[in-house]
Design a protein around this ligand. Structure first.
Ligand code: NAP
Length: 281
């Protein structure tokens, strides 16, 4: 039976360390601040944003929320980002995705000051990650690396497979694993015979957005399985992209959903805000 990679406990530990750093900042009159922009009223986004605000509160980080109407124009969005870029009291800016279809998310990410880009989605930070330079790393992949490291799991030399190639999870995940010297394969909806690839993985990271998509027959005995998915089942329960019950019988380590990758993502966002505050002061 697989051992759980307990993101909830590890994230708590990381946040406690960060809280102390924030207290030190405050002694010097510095209060780290995050500004969050949310457009429209996507129910999942509301939950994510709320969790981020709770974490900020726990750590003593100031939190400011900008809730924009669904019909916000690109010009209005860019003006707000520009205002926050120029506001020296704001250390981190986060644009919650998804945003309404008529708006260009890439343009928006590009306009966030790279020094305040705590989500790591600005092309400058994405490029730095690719070049192996210090940057803001996208919080979910960064959290996954931290979680593996906390459990003493060696990444170097391992065959790692990432299922999903989104800009916010799959691609930066691939890069983070590569930077840690894994041999990485990335799969997507056009991959033929997915199980042929997943079955070879020592480390399997799944970010597809389909409930229980990865079944036990797709996983190598003794693999480390990281489930990024957050899906709501018909009965309202949250489940991942991995069939947790069955895959647990095959894997050596597995992340639960909830309580695995989700809390690590928030902890790394907090880490990036503290890092931004440090850089800017
Ligand atoms: P996304 O943008 O929808 O990307 C999904 C990826 O899965 C795409 O690359 C897609 O391939 C691939 N895919 C779809 N069907 C597939 C199939 N049959 N075989 C192989 N690959 C397939 O999703 P995302 O934003 O990366 O999010 C993925 C999941 O993670 C969602 O459940 C989301 O809610 C969750 N999430 C969780 C956290 C967290 O903190 N825990 C953070 C972010 C996201 P194509 O590129 O070919 O279309």
């Amino acid at each position: 039976m697989a051992e759980f990679l307990d993101g909830k406990t590890i994230s708590q530990k990381i946040k406690e360390g960060l809280k102390k750093e924030v207290e030190e900042f405050k002694k010097n009159g510095i209060v780290p601040k995050l500004a969050v922009i949310m457009i429209g009223d996507d129910p999942s986004s509301k939950i994510y944003v709320r969790n981020k605000s709770i974490a900020c509160e726990q750590l003593g980080i100031e939190y400011e929320e900008y809730l924009l109407e669904e019909n916000t124009t690109m010009k209005e969005l860019l003006e707000l980002i520009d205002k926050l870029n120029k506001d020296s009291s704001v250390n981190g800016i986060l644009l919650q995705s998804p945003i309404p279809k008529g708006l260009d998310i890439n343009e928006a990410f590009k306009s966030i000051d790279p020094k305040k880009d705590v989500d790591g989605f600005n092309p400058i930070n994405v490029g730095k990650l690719c070049l192996g330079q210090d940057s803001f790393i996208s919080c979910t992949p960064y959290g996954i690396i931290k979680l593996l490291e906390e459990y003493g799991i060696q990444i170097e030399g391992k065959d790692a497979v990432v299922v999903g190639r989104s800009n916010i999870v799959g691609k930066p995940m691939m890069q983070c694993l590569l930077n840690k010297n894994a041999t990485v394969t990335i799969c997507h909806s056009k991959t033929i015979k997915l199980e042929r690839v997943t079955k070879k993985a020592d480390i399997l990271v799944v970010a597809v957005g389909k409930p229980k998509f990865i079944t036990a027959d797709m996983v190598k005995e003794g693999a480390i399985v990281v489930d990024v998915g957050i899906n709501r089942e018909e009965d309202g329960k949250i489940c991942g992209d991995v069939d947790f019950e069955e895959v647990s019988k095959v894997a050596a380590y597995i992340t639960p959903v909830p309580g695995g990758v989700g809390p690590m993502t928030i902890a790394m966002l907090m880490n990036n805000i503290v890092k931004a505050a440090k850089m800017q002061n």
